[in-house]
Ligand binder design. Structure first.
Ligand code: LLP
Length: 423
């Protein structure tokens, strides 16, 4: 459930009229709803009640500091995957003790910074990374708390580009080898084994892969304990899917069902449980507002050309993702829908936001809302075709604020430097 609803035929974000917001901010822009962010966090938290749980928002999904602060106030930590994310999280006031650090390619500099910030845990993805953390921690006279990310070779049944728990994926250490890696880690200086980590993929709507993975994980924890390791926490990653369409029944993958699977398999191991939800918290809390520039009647198709493009929201072309699109001025009940492609101005045929989509009549100048754009939207944007990054707006009841302004062309172009021989 989200807080983008029509009132008197005009789409609102909470109590903010999006037509007037668009006039003030200019299109295109991302718009997030505080009430929706809060609701999603609380629904997830409530599902986990009775467990010793720590929610570390996977900030790769949306790293705006206003979003981070919204979650931090609710008690959340974050999962980071880079120095940039770690710095942003700290700047948003999140304590190191609520930060996990994931990712296959942590550099020495990133490891050093994370140790300085006394993060909760490194989720280690390879033996060379273990050696690096051990070397750096020892040099700094510190002890790094570590979990090893195990790869259970379970098919998450999601898009192949966002599946991470199969043996052919670059992530984690095969669960079959992980026991000996824990043994190795226990002998390295500067490391304190504290947990086990796993993340099998994203946008998971059939929960059976979680069943399979958590069952393997529980067995694995028992093996580790019998080997004498101290396993205080389990990091179960993120991955819970969200509805992108209205006709999709989200009940089967409601957080309550997910939590029941967690409780069944790992609830009685006496471990603190860490969760890294990303999309589930922010996906449906954001929309992308854009404006129709032209309508173009092709031979084979009709094109609605809008001012947002693949550089602003890459998900449709990168993952064949479906995002609901609705006019900001509500279409009448009798309006005739027709098949169109919604495309941007970027010079690539892959630049589309929707293909073969049934939309009510739209005209030049109309405003459109692209739904479910709060996760992996703004964070995956770029400046291809020398287009400016678009603003992000956070709404809170009838208040709103630009939480990332549109940069100037001077700032964009001014990043280039002319070498002396061309001056
Ligand atoms: N933890 C780790 C270690 C991850 O790699 C990810 C996502 C998450 C947590 C959060 O997963 P979530 O709860 O959001 O499913 N850009 C793609 C999704 C990439 C997901 C990458 N890892 C998309 O737009 O669908």
């Amino acid at each position: 459930m989200h807080h983008f609803t029509y009132r008197n035929g005009r789409l609102h974000a909470e109590d903010v009229d999006l037509v007037s917001l668009a006039q003030k901010v200019g299109t295109p822009f991302y718009c997030y709803s505080t009430a929706t962010l809060t609701r999603h966090y609380q629904v997830f938290q409530k599902s986990l009640s009775g467990l010793d749980a720590m929610i570390c928002f996977a900030m790769k999904a949306n790293s705006n500091q206003a979003v981070l602060k919204t979650f931090a106030r609710l008690g959340a930590g974050v999962d980071v995957v880079s120095e940039g994310e770690l710095r942003r999280a700290r700047q948003a006031g999140i304590s190191g003790q609520k930060i996990t650090f994931s990712g296959v390619g942590k550099t020495d500099q990133e490891i050093r910074l994370a140790l300085e910030e006394n993060i909760f845990c490194f989720n280690v993805e390879s033996v060379p990374e273990l050696h690096a953390i051990s070397r750096i921690a020892t040099g700094m006279n510190k002890t790094a708390s570590i979990s090893i990310r195990v790869n259970p070779d379970v098919d998450a049944k999601t898009h192949h580009k966002i599946s991470t728990g199969k043996s052919e994926n670059k992530f984690g250490i095969p669960i079959s080898e992980a026991r000996s890696v824990y043994r190795e880690a226990s002998q390295m200086p500067g490391l304190a084994i504290s947990g086990v980590d796993m993340h099998i993929g994203s946008q998971i709507t059939d929960l059976s892969p979680f069943e399979d993975a958590f069952e393997l994980l529980a067995d694995f924890v028992k093996q580790l304990r019998s080997d004498g390791h101290h396993i205080d926490h389990l990091d179960l990653g993120g991955g819970l899917g969200i509805p992108y369409t209205d006709d999709h029944d989200p009940n089967s993958y409601h957080p309550d069902h997910y939590a029941a699977i967690v409780k069944k398999h790992v609830g009685s191991l006496g471990c603190k449980l860490v969760f890294e939800p990303g999309r589930m918290l922010v996906g449906n809390a954001g929309i992308l507002v854009c404006q129709v520039i032209y309508i173009k009647q092709g031979d084979a198709k009709s094109f609605v050309i809008v001012d947002a493009a693949m550089n602003d929201l890459v998900r449709p072309t990168l993952y064949d993702a479906y995002h609901e699109i609705r006019p900001i001025i509500e279409a009448g009940p009798d309006s005739q829908k027709s098949l169109v492609d919604v495309v941007g101005p970027v010079c690539e045929s892959g630049d589309f936001l929707a293909q073969g989509r049934l939309l009510p009549p739209v005209s030049q100048g109309d405003l459109l809302a692209i739904y479910s754009a709060g996760a992996y939207g703004a964070v995956q944007a770029g400046t291809y075709n020398s287009r400016l990054l678009i603003p992000e707006v956070l709404v809170h009841a009838s208040d709103w604020a630009i939480v990332r302004p549109r940069p100037s062309y001077e700032a964009l172009i001014g990043l280039d430097r002319i070498p002396v021989w061309l001056e």
